[in-house]
Design a protein around this ligand. Structure first.
Ligand code: NAP
Length: 251
């Protein structure tokens, strides 16, 4: 029997992160449900515990290195060495370039890029020691360019380069790093986009589904299932990859 692994899923209070935390717990991992506010993450941890899994809710701001260090130490103590990290926490600060502020730019970079750097910096020693690790970074189809998302698309493209570098540096320690680039997934984030452009969410979903080859928008479980594959013991030879999970091909 393989040993029980411990995963940290960031931004796991809702949306894709919550589904991923629950999926990894169902796969048999201990899970730290990390989000800005531990109180918001608690119901997800409770759902896992009620289903027979092991989870704790952890409050931390991924963009803050000290906050992440403290969270990782707590996870190591309470759940075991965190050797699986899912960098899912994300924000959008969309605007056309001429209206985008430096704060909008910096905020998005801080959560997606610095956040993913902080979590891996803080956990890599556990992975190296265990000679096992799984890092999954949430990119986006926006990495290919998307109107109104100069900051977000740059961060999501940056995460792809970061992922490949982690794969190269950490591979010899049994650590894989991969990125998932979702298309339209039905969450609060896409609801916020619909609101910003002034379209009812249901109409936005219907219109988006018409552009997607499989004729539906994605659900958080579509991404959680893909994370589960990358995290599995059997995926040890898959590293440095970017998989577009978008209901159709992307370049
Ligand atoms: P979501 O529903 O907005 O959830 C994001 C979570 O991240 C929230 O719980 C949020 O907490 C948390 N978070 C934000 N900043 C944080 C920080 N500094 N530290 C810790 N947690 C933080 O988003 P989602 O749609 O599930 O997206 C999850 C990931 O997938 C993101 O990286 C997103 O960019 C990516 N993605 C999503 C889609 C999509 O269509 N939904 C497509 C492509 C990629 P608060 O609630 O407290 O703000």
């Amino acid at each position: 029997m393989t040993e029980t692994r411990t995963a940290i899923v960031t931004g796991a209070a809702r949306g894709i992160g919550a589904a991923t935390a629950q999926r990894l717990a169902a796969d048999g991992l201990n899970v730290a449900v990390l989000d800005l506010d531990a109180g918001q993450a608690q119901p997800v941890a409770d759902a896992i515990t009620n289903a027979g899994g092991k989870a704790i809710a952890v409050g931390a701001d991924v963009s803050d290195a000290d906050s992440v260090e403290a969270a990782v130490s707590r996870v190591a103590e309470e759940l075991g060495a965190p050797t699986v990290v899912i960098n899912n926490a994300g924000i959008i600060r969309d605007n056309l370039l001429f209206k985008m502020t430096v704060d909008d730019w910096d905020a998005v970079m801080a959560v997606h890029l610095r956040g993913s750097f902080n979590t891996v910096k803080a956990t890599q020693k556990y992975m190296v020691e265990a000679k096992f690790g799984r890092i999954v970074n949430l990119s986006s189809t926006s990495a290919l360019g998307n109107r109104g998302q100069a900051n977000y698309s740059a961060a999501k493209a940056g995460l792809q380069g970061y992922t490949k570098t982690l794969a190269i540096e950490l591979g010899k320690f049994g650590v894989t790093a991969n990125a998932i680039a979702p298309g339209f997934i039905q969450t609060d984030m896409t609801a916020a986009t619909a609101e910003r452009i002034g379209v009812p969410f249901d109409d936005f979903i219907k219109f988006s589904a018409e552009q997607i080859p499989v004729a539906r928008v994605g659900q958080p479980d579509d991404i959680a299932n893909t994370v589960s594959f990358f995290v599995g013991e059997a995926a040890g030879f898959v590293s440095g990859q970017v998989i577009y999970v978008a209901g159709g091909p992307k370049d």
